[in-house]
Design a protein around this ligand. Structure first.
Ligand code: WTA
Length: 632
């Protein structure tokens, strides 16, 4: 399969083609994949109703593209290289042949327990090969996977399981992360008290901590795979059948289930993988994300495997046993492509150069960045200390909703610029609009980032609530997909993402909805009201600042603070814990009762003057109190 762009001129031509004739452009690319039956119509779309269909009528199964089609040519090539948490444990390799066999076997386990096409399966697992196998086994038989990141609480899992009405769960006893052992099964058990739809739970063994196994419901993975055959024909899927649901946070309400479908997602994740990283036969690709997020779905599992690549799956954390772990992995597995997040880079920078200097990083060819804007300092450190100024850095902007990379340099093709995502990939038509929705034309402008035409990886719906999809993405600006990001287009036409313009905070590359955190805090005994804002954080990119009103004076305010953190951990998970909590007697509100977050944001940023017009506030005195009690 040759999908790669070879030069900047080639990029410009392909980009032009993709805008003038999007259907022709994507149809040509899609021909490179294995379809059981060809599609009848390449594209049908309507941004007013948020309906997009790609490759309508085409029949396929993504696992035939990710596994079966490679068996003849690269059956013995490593598909997954697994690097365990503890570097003294042996790493393992699954060839395409072995991965295919394990996926088929586990797919038969699912079938044995009644799973059918269209059923929803929740996966809550550590970063071990069984996670990728579980994902692919669902896809094999047409079941819809909903992977929940291992750091979420029982309550968050329950919300996701109930929203999708999952009937089977795949989990593990526990997970190893650094020097911690995390009990996944017991968290799942707590969740399942609230989830009557779940009939079976399959548990893989990892940490082998004691777990409660319920007769009739819970099953050991290792026992089950012994009872079935390793032959499992793939289910024939329509290009527009759902492949997976992945929950993500937005400005309002509970996280929503972003839906991606089989055909378009396959084409888009693979095309972008092949191009942006310029993967070459035999190379090893190391994406450090967790499969619980979209980056792991698209660039650990589906994109690399559909392209026949070797993908590295790392169980642990960048700082265990020390801050040189990524570099040791690069040396050990001769990693060619490293794809990580600015937050990891900044954190490792903070440990000092001695952990990276002297490491053999000569195998590296391409470096990638994802999840949040990368600051120039981190960009230069990455370029110099890791890439030795020999590796292009691809700063890839995209979202759960886009399925794959959208605005990004193509390695060795697009000239890069520190902290710029540079140019749109072929098929992507970005534009900037002002508050009123008027397009900002020309260069040297900044505004809200929208996309005017569908690409194959675009979100199809929000599970169970299509209206929410329309409202969230297609209603702010009529006829456009709105990303929620602010963006600058410089004099060269290069794009630089400046961050969210809505009430989403990006903490260490994780999307956190302010409303979600506020709801969790408001559930705590004695809390009257709360308001959450983001503030710049040296390592996390953004930190979470909480303003909280209590019903009465607290005896031990520090203990109350810790109690509230425990509630947030219980309701959402530790990733949503506020970094700073300020107790206040009131919040700055307009006369109509709206919280003026602009003021709260300024104070959280440490700005005490230039707060703008506060005369419209119901009670301007609260501002002085807030400034006075500001948490530094
Ligand atoms: C942010 C992660 C700047 C952005 C793939 C987006 C970025 C949100 C970049 C999506 C980047 C992602 N530069 N900002 N290269 N990549 N973002 O859904 O605000 O977890 O809207 O997808 O992350 O986060 P999500």
């Amino acid at each position: 399969m040759n999908l790669q762009i070879t030069s900047f001129e080639d990029y410009q031509e392909k980009y032009q083609h993709s805008v003038e004739d999007p259907e022709g452009f994507w149809a040509e690319i899609a021909q490179n994949f294995y379809w059981r039956k060809p599609w009848k119509k390449t594209l049908e779309w309507n941004f007013e109703t948020a309906e997009t269909k790609w490759f309508k009528g085409g029949k396929m199964n993504i696992t035939e593209n990710a596994l079966d089609r490679h068996l003849a040519t690269r059956g013995d090539q490593p598909a997954i290289v697994f690097e365990p948490n503890d570097p003294s444990d042996e790493s393992t390799t699954l060839t395409y042949k072995v991965l295919h066999e394990r996926v088929c076997t586990f797919a038969n386990v699912l079938k044995k327990h009644g799973v059918q096409k269209g059923d929803r399966i929740c996966i809550y697992m550590p970063m071990i090969p069984e996670l990728a196998i579980a994902v692919l086994a669902c896809a094999r038989i047409g079941a819809i996977h909903s992977v929940v990141f291992g750091g979420f609480s029982a309550q968050s899992i329950a919300d996701r399981i109930n929203d999708a009405q999952c009937n089977l769960v795949i989990t593990a006893d526990g997970s190893f992360r650094g020097n911690k052992s995390i009990p996944l099964k017991s968290t799942m058990d707590d969740a399942l008290i609230q989830c009557p739809s779940v009939k079976k739970v399959i548990v893989a063994t990892r940490t082998r901590v004691p777990v409660s196994m319920l007769k009739g419901r819970d099953l050991w993975w290792e026992e089950e795979v012994k009872t079935v055959s390793s032959v499992c024909p793939a289910e024939e899927m329509d290009a527009e059948d759902i492949l997976f649901i992945l929950y993500t946070s937005g400005s309002t309400g509970k996280p929503k289930g972003v839906v991606h479908t089989c055909g378009g997602y396959m084409i888009y994740s693979t095309y972008t993988f092949a191009n942006v990283f310029q993967y070459q036969e035999g190379q090893t690709h190391f994406c450090t994300a967790d499969i619980g997020w979209i980056t792991g779905h698209s660039y650990i599992v589906y994109g690399p495997l559909c392209y026949g690549a070797t993908t590295l799956l790392f169980e642990g954390v960048p700082t265990y046993p020390d801050a040189g772990r990524f570099w040791d992995i690069v040396t050990k597995h001769k990693v060619d492509i490293l794809y990580t997040a600015p937050t990891a880079i900044r954190s490792l920078m903070g440990f000092g150069d001695e952990f990276v200097e002297g490491k053999d990083l000569s195998s590296l060819k391409v470096l990638g960045s994802v999840g949040e804007p990368i600051n120039e300092e981190a960009w230069h450190w990455y370029n110099e200390k890791v890439g030795h100024k020999n590796c292009p850095i691809v700063d890839t902007w995209w979202q759960t909703e886009t399925g794959g990379l959208m605005i990004s340099p193509i390695a060795n093709v697009t000239p890069t610029k520190p902290s710029y995502a540079t140019l749109p990939l072929p098929g992507v038509q970005p534009l900037l609009v002002d508050e009123k929705g008027d397009e900002l034309v020309g260069n040297g402008v900044s505004g809200n980032l929208c996309i005017r035409f569908p690409w194959p990886g675009i979100i199809r719906t929000t599970y169970g609530d299509h209206e929410r999809c329309v409202q969230t993405y297609f209603s702010t600006y009529k006829g456009l997909y709105f990303t929620g990001d602010g963006c600058l287009r410089d004099e060269d036409g290069y794009y630089r993402i400046t961050g969210r313009v809505d009430d989403v905070i990006n903490v260490s590359g994780h999307r956190i909805g302010t409303a979600e955190v506020e709801n969790a805090i408001n559930m705590h005994l004695g809390v009257v009201e709360s308001a959450i804002v983001g503030y710049p954080h040296d390592i996390k990119g953004q930190g979470i600042y909480a303003y909280i009103i209590m019903d009465k004076e607290q005896e031990d305010i520090d203990l109350t603070r810790r109690d509230i953190l425990a509630t947030v951990t219980r309701i959402i998970g530790p990733i949503a814990k506020p970094d700073k909590i300020q107790f206040v007697s009131g919040l700055p509100k307009t006369r109509s009762g709206k919280i003026m977050r602009r003021i709260l944001r300024k104070v959280a940023e440490g700005e005490t003057s230039n707060l703008g017009d506060i005369s419209t506030l119901l009670d301007p005195n609260v501002v002085a109190e807030i400034i006075d009690g500001m948490v530094k």
